[in-house]
Design a protein around this ligand. Structure first.
Ligand SMILES: [Zn+2]
Length: 103
């Protein structure tokens, strides 16, 4: 009987220990997750913004690639074209007008 009681006690402590370890791991994991959570989110946000801003569009006049946010948009018929400068836009507008007049 004494032997059986020892086994039961051993199993009980084993259970308590494993439960305690699991709880501890969950607490530590939660703490780590809370600490790292703002990091990746902030990194994602800071990565998303430049990639969205860095969408390049091609200037059909000089062939330069321009930041879409910094480009000069011009609606040519149903097509939206982007230019590096107003000079390029004006040149394109004049050419398209000429083409329209010729055609
Ligand atoms: Zn240009």
């Amino acid at each position: 009987m004494n032997f059986l009681a020892r086994i039961v006690r051993f199993l009980f402590w084993l259970l308590v220990l494993s439960w305690g370890l699991r709880l501890l791991r969950r607490i530590v994991g939660g703490m780590l997750r809370n600490d790292t959570a703002p990091g990746p989110q902030a990194a994602e946000a800071s990565i998303d913004t430049p990639t969205a801003a860095r969408r390049l569009v091609r200037d059909p006049v000089c062939g330069m690639h321009v930041d879409e946010t910094r480009s000069i948009p011009f609606r040519d018929g149903g097509e939206l074209v982007h230019f590096c400068s107003t000079a390029c836009r004006d040149a394109y507008a004049v050419n398209s007008k000429k083409l329209a007049a010729n055609g």
